[in-house]
Design a protein. Structure first.
Length: 344
């Protein structure tokens, strides 16, 4: 018969606590909790004048991070596999202004416009993925070239002007449910649903295991029977799908296709993914870490806006967070390697 005394219970609790502390998402989760507590404290000290924790502001934060979050989900997969994509911000501008042009100027209906945007987004990413997967050219360089192409196409479509789409894509900004001033809209639901789906797929399917295998060691993945080239191509195609969805939701939210609407979005997304624990070198990371990273950056941005801090500081903070996360990740991996050597 198996019995557990106090020592056994204490040991079990300590093992559980140690496991939680060593979990890869614990640091970013702790940062998120601390930030929420700081925000609540500032709200208390300012006697409720800042409106950080009002239902309306919480809804605004979730709505603002939903587009970045959708981007970041597919970027996490690309970066875990050892790739990167710097073109997503300009690709968003191109797709969104293209959709606005078709609906406003060419008088296309919403269904055919959205379907074409999905097809173009996936197709363009497949072309980029084909170049990356079939050559030894760095993804950084290839995506940088596509970034310039998308920027040029965007200005050709718009001539530098904004294209409004009043009354279009209303279903993408509809209210799903409301509790007082707290409102949940379609973009928030999309972000949450896609996060759950991608997290489950990555954790419990062969696809997810292959993402880590390719990012960890391409040679070993190839010897294990994975078609590395085609798998990388698939990941960039998925990235195109998610960028297209993000472009649709952002266009619907702001109601205007603008050439600069995706400006700097790639930095914001990469910052969220890296802060969430994904290694720039590939092979490490997870979806929930990215979600926490997106929320951390969203709360920082919202707090700075409410306090009247210049938005230019947000770029500085994002850059510092990327550098800090990369440095911490490097020393964490070095410590893991040394621990493994000692055990051996």
């Amino acid at each position: 018969m198996r019995t557990l005394g106090k020592g056994g219970q204490t040991g079990g609790r300590s093992e559980t606590g140690r496991g939680l502390m060593q979990h890869e998402n614990t640091p970013i989760l702790m940062v998120l909790v601390v930030m929420v507590l700081v925000v609540v404290l500032v709200e208390y000290l300012m006697k409720g004048t800042a409106n950080f924790v009002s239902g309306m502001n919480i809804s605004n934060v979730l709505l603002q991070v939903s587009v970045t979050g959708i981007f970041a989900l597919s970027m996490t997969l690309v970066m875990i596999s050892g790739g990167i994509d710097l073109s997503i911000g300009n690709m968003l501008s191109f797709l969104a202004t293209g959709m606005a042009y078709l609906m406003r100027t060419a008088k296309w209906g919403e269904p055919e416009t959205l379907l074409l945007a999905l097809a173009v987004g996936i197709g363009l990413q497949l072309v980029m993925g084909l170049i990356i997967s079939r050559t030894r050219i760095e993804p950084f360089i290839v995506s940088l070239g596509f970034m310039s192409i998308y920027r040029g196409l965007t200005y050709l479509i718009t001539n530098g002007r904004e294209i409004t789409i009043i009354g279009k894509l209303e279903f993408l900004k509809a209210v799903v449910f409301r509790v007082g001033l707290f409102v949940v809209t379609v973009p928030i639901v999309l972000f949450v649903a896609l996060s759950v789906i991608v997290a489950l797929v990555v954790k419990y399917t062969k696809f997810g295991r292959r993402v880590y295998a390719v990012g960890g060691n391409e040679g070993a993945a190839y010897l294990a029977g994975i078609n590395v080239k085609n798998f990388k191509l698939l990941l960039y195609g998925i990235n195109g799908l998610f960028v297209s969805i993000a472009a649709m939701t952002m266009l619907a939210r702001i109601g205007t296709g603008a050439p600069v609407m995706g400006l700097g979005k790639e930095i914001e997304v990469i910052a969220a993914v890296v802060v969430g624990g994904t290694a720039m070198s590939g092979g490490k990371g997870n979806i929930w870490g990215t979600v926490f990273g997106v929320l951390v950056l969203g709360i920082i941005s919202n707090a700075l806006n409410i306090l009247g801090v210049s938005p230019h500081y947000q770029y500085i903070i994002s850059g510092l967070l990327i550098v800090f996360a990369v440095v911490v990740g490097y020393y964490s991996s070095q410590r893991t390697v040394r621990r493994g050597v000692r055990k051996a």
